[in-house]
Design a protein. Structure first.
Length: 299
């Protein structure tokens, strides 16, 4: 499972600085899409009867005494891709990590509000965080395979769950197929995962997340460190995975958001400025700040 439990804790100040720097680094060179030049590959409009998977209401988040999110309310619809966009340091990655309590690993942080996941509040102190992170998986910005074999990377979460033998083998194969990686690695499952290319490593991390059968996948700029060909494979994979999973993806790439998502939320200075169907965000944004951002006037 790509849960990041073994990541060392970060101070609130360090976390903010690192997050902002990573976003600045990844933003360089990313094309901006003017409102008047909407990509021709916009995903279809979502159906109106799409149900809610997570309903976030009035969420505030703090790094120590510094507030990073302000009263964010955002519906995340089942088996749809929701893209989160915005300039560096706007809070989109912080918000993403509230959805499976990854921010709990950072000292001196706190969250207020409500995030109902199938009717239960994610932020409740009684929430089983281990189970939550199995149900809401995470794929990080840069590939982080374990220094183990390809097979053991995918099987790791299954072993934690107590699964053994043939069941593990079948689930590893299914997960690698789900991540569009099986045909590339089926003859070298015992080889080190560190020998894979960057794009393959990222798909391996996706397979690792899929292995524990989550309901939701959170993706924090999953293609930002990859070359264009590997990025295309990740985007194609997202369009396949959404048939079975609810996906929330953070991206700086406006064209990528337009290609893969059905809904988009625009963040600015810790606030959700606008949320709508992706086509509406790009073709007819209601807020001037949204139009200014996607047309490249700032950010």
């Amino acid at each position: 499972m790509n849960s990041g439990f073994n990541q060392p804790g970060r101070s609130a100040q360090t976390a903010q600085a690192q997050d902002a720097q990573e976003e600045r680094n990844d933003q360089q060179g990313q094309p901006k899409v003017p409102v008047t030049t909407v990509p021709q590959t916009l995903t279809p409009q979502p159906t109106s009867d799409t149900g809610l998977k997570i309903d976030v209401k009035d969420t505030n988040f703090y790094y120590g005494s510094k507030q990073a999110l302000y009263e964010v309310s955002l519906p995340i619809r089942e088996r749809q891709v929701t893209a989160l966009i915005g300039p560096s340091g706007c809070g989109k990655s912080t918000f993403l990590r509230t959805l499976n309590r990854m921010n709990d690993l950072i000292p001196n942080t706190r969250v207020e509000g409500e995030a109902l996941f199938d009717g239960e509040n994610i932020y409740d102190k009684r929430t089983d965080v281990v189970l939550l992170r199995q149900r809401i998986g995470m794929v990080f910005q840069r590939p982080n395979p374990f220094p183990k074999s390809i097979f053991e990377n995918v099987a790791y979460g299954l072993h934690v769950q107590g699964k053994k033998g043939k069941q593990v083998e079948e689930m590893v194969e299914r997960s690698l197929r789900g991540a569009a990686l099986w045909d590339e690695v089926k003859d070298r499952l015992k080889s080190s995962a560190l020998g894979l290319s960057g794009g393959q490593q990222q798909r391996l991390c996706i397979a690792r997340a899929l292995a524990v059968q989550p309901e939701v996948l959170l993706m924090d700029e999953p293609a930002s460190a990859l070359d264009p060909i590997a990025t295309l494979k990740i985007e194609e994979l997202v369009t396949e995975l959404v048939k079975d999973y609810t996906i929330v993806i953070v991206t700086h790439n406006m064209q990528q958001a337009a290609r893969v998502s059905q809904f988009t939320g625009f963040f600015l200075s810790g606030k959700l400025v606008e949320y709508a169907a992706t086509r509406d965000i790009f073709e007819r944004p209601k807020k001037k700040e949204t139009e200014d951002y996607i047309s490249g006037r700032f950010g």
